[in-house]
Design a protein around this ligand. Sequence first.
Ligand code: ZN
Length: 310
Amino acid sequence: MDRPYIPIHELNQTKALAVYISMCCRYFIVGLLFLLGELACQHVSAMPLEKLVITATTANSWIHPDVKNWAETTEALVADVVKCTEAGAAIAHVHLPTGKEVETVKMIRERCDVIVQAGMSSYPIDQRESMFKAKPDMLSIILNHHDEHFTKLSVNQLHPLEELERYCKRCSQFHIKPEWEVWHLGSYWNLQYLIDKGLIKPPHVLTLFFNWPGGTWSPPTPDEYLHRVRYMPPDCIHTVSVMGDEQMKIVSLAIGVGGNVRVGTEDNPFITPGAPARNNSEIVSQTARLSREMGREVATPSEARKLIGL
Ligand SMILES: [Zn+2]
């Protein structure tokens, strides 16, 4: 299986020729730097700026468990999702309450048209049967193992290729779109494996994670984000999920270069550093406003369905 990469023949031919000539002469280093810069920008500059798809992640904060601005009952969760949709969220990433999975999805659908994405990808597939039966629009699936070290909880869970293959088949059976969680470039290797086996159809919807503590941590920095974008396989649409105070910097960058964003209490329960948000809809409103001020409109749930192939 080929490793996903940007083939050199995709470079602008004139620039490639200039690089080649410079690399053949004493300006070798200048040419090399130019080439690396061009490679870094290739994927980003080619992306059309579709409307921004905002995912609201409404669960408890894993790293700030004492900030209690998330919904603790099913009724409050549904009300929170409805308000987030009104504020600009097209997708609701929801931790469906155990034993109430079917009922919760039904309650959300009765009140709004948001795309329901069932989270808790750390569970092994055999423990997610009730989530399949709830028939959410999307299901979060991690492309590598869980190795997370939160404030009051550590999670270590293997997800071998065999499990990923089973996920593809079950999602297809229940007409559920997988949301693939990407933590490092090895996640892409597994995604490419599933693509090569013909188990999934594009567009592939990815969430790139940054600054989640633990053994799959990555820095919330522009170069890490652009690095992840550069090596992304073709036919992918991506969202960023960032924990911590650096969140809005990467969110702004993603808005600017054509990515999508996930915000809410699970990732970062603050509206500004240290100041807890009143609720999730306040966080979604802030992100939607930022995007519009940057000149990028925000997708409705029905527009997002078309963009992500639902
Ligand atoms: Zn989650």
